[in-house]
Design a protein around this ligand. Structure first.
Ligand SMILES: *Cc1c(COP(=O)(O)O)cnc(C)c1O
Length: 465
């Protein structure tokens, strides 16, 4: 299996090369040259596999340059510190199912990809006999999931910038209480935009980047998408086994388009068993406008109670664009250039129809999100986190569009990560799972630095591998 860039400017790369490359060197995103297809007999034969066994089959379709035994070990290790053997339990709430993706160490769905990616990086670096220094900025979930993905790895140091005093207290503690020596938290006296700008400027200094072997774990790494394809297949198999349903639909709370793109890949490889994908957004609804109006127009980011979806430009969108444009990489290249210049893309009638065949979409405001948490709690005694609630609300509104199949709503975070929003809805904070109990009493480590590129660079230089 070879990988190419959405912009057509690289020689075909192997899976391992694609993982280490992250972003393609021509600025595009990596995709397999050919989508494998899974026959109905094969799918049937996977019916009774455990999550990790299924992950080996699904990921194995896209990976041909790792010994299967090694891939198996990487997968098993990735999910061994989840708090349930099922990895992603599926809960039947009557009108819909909830797929709980928050059983990893940081209680959000990003653990599913980053626990795997951390192991994979460490394995590939060992093979090359090289260390890596991971640098990233976070406004919350990604940073802690990345830290927990690589903590304790000998050939990786990780440096995560967050805006000092501007991430939720629980999210800050999930990062700063990790005791491993390879973990460096940097609190920047500024905003998340400052953090991102600093990281970008450091990555743009190619000499510095090379000297300190800087790497990234952002959501465009193909291995992250791949790890997320698994739970779509898993959900279908579970529901098919229990009810005989031949097709399952999904509602996906969306920010960077990574999770829902994994759903799109699942649909490409399985065919009919995956029905419509509901793309659910909060007030940051660039992607909903894309689906409903056929225009992709950048807006202003607003802060909401589902902060991990407070995104305007979706970093994985270009992958979908490649397929929408019939795999014409020169069109993708031109479109991205136009978008960078004007902040806007328009789509023609045929493309609009194609988009609406793949997705349904709704944008859910904060009042509706809170009401959904409250109603689901009263009717079903189940507490949703605000991101998941966005998906559940959208699924409810669009139920008629997707009435031909059982609905799986992806639960992307544990409600205890967002106690304020939950309290607003149901009058009390959600119960804390074991991973958060007593976290305030743990020792916390963090370097506070001014919003200054040079200050961060010299901290990196002192502490890099
Ligand atoms: C990252 C995140 C999302 C959005 O996922 P994308 O892949 O960026 O679309 C949704 N919910 C939670 C809790 C997240 O952390």
């Amino acid at each position: 299996m070879k990988y190419i860039s959405t912009r057509g400017g690289i020689e075909p790369a192997s899976f391992k090369e694609a993982v280490m490359m992250g972003l393609a060197t021509d600025g595009g995103l990596l995709l397999p040259t050919l989508m494998p297809s899974v026959s109905s007999e094969t799918l049937k034969s996977w019916g009774n596999l455990s999550y990790t066994e299924l992950a080996l089959e699904v990921m194995g379709l896209f990976v041909d340059d790792l010994p299967r035994e090694d891939l198996k070990t990487l997968i098993q290790d990735a999910y061994s510190n989840f708090d349930t053997q099922e990895v992603t339990p599926l809960i039947d709430l009557g009108k819909f199912h909830i797929l709980e993706l928050f059983h990893g160490p940081t209680l959000a769905f990003k653990d599913i990809a980053l626990q795997f990616l951390g192991n994979l990086f460490s394995y590939l670096l060992e093979e090359r006999n090289e260390p890596m220094n991971i640098l990233g900025a976070t406004s919350g979930d990604t940073g802690s999931a990345a830290i927990h993905g690589v903590r304790g790895k000998e050939n990786i140091n990780i440096f995560i910038l967050h805006p000092h005093g501007r991430v939720s207290p629980v999210q800050a503690l999930q990062m700063t209480t990790v005791p491993d020596r390879n973990v460096f938290n940097i609190a920047i006296e500024g905003t998340f935009d400052h953090c991102q700008a600093i990281v970008k400027s450091i990555f743009n200094d190619l000499e510095f980047k090379k000297k300190y072997r800087l790497g990234s774990v952002n959501s465009i790494n193909w291995a992250r998408v791949l790890a997320q394809v698994v739970y779509y297949v898993y959900s279908y198999l579970r529901i098919n086994r229990e009810s005989g349903a031949q097709r399952v639909c999904f509602s996906v709370p969306t920010g960077n388009f990574g999770d829902i793109f994994a759903g799109y890949v699942a649909k490409k490889i399985l065919g009919p068993p995956v029905g419509r994908l509901i793309l659910a957004t909060n007030e940051n609804n660039i992607l909903t406008r894309f689906v409903l109006e056929g225009r992709y127009v950048k807006g202003k980011v607003v802060s909401t109670i589902s902060p991990s979806m407070d995104i305007q430009v979706a970093s994985n969108f270009e992958r979908y664009l490649y397929y929408l444009y019939g795999k014409d990489s020169s069109r993708v290249r031109d479109a991205m250039r136009r978008f960078d210049a004007s902040g806007e893309l328009q789509f023609n009638q045929a493309e609009r129809e194609a988009i609406r065949t793949d997705f349904a979409s709704a944008s859910v405001d904060q009042a509706a999100t809170v009401a959904t948490i409250r109603d689901t709690f009263h009717e079903r005694h189940y507490v949703l986190d605000p991101h998941t609630a966005v998906g559940v609300a959208a699924a409810g509104w669009l139920a008629r569009d997707v009435s031909d199949c059982p609905m799986v709503c992806l639960a992307t975070a544990h409600p205890a990560k967002f106690p304020d929003a939950v309290k607003r809805a149901i009058g009390r904070e959600p119960d804390r799972p074991a991973a958060l109990k007593g976290i305030e009493r743990l020792e916390s480590r963090c370097e506070v630095l001014p919003p200054d590129v040079e200050a961060v660079k010299s901290f990196l230089a002192e502490n890099a591998l």
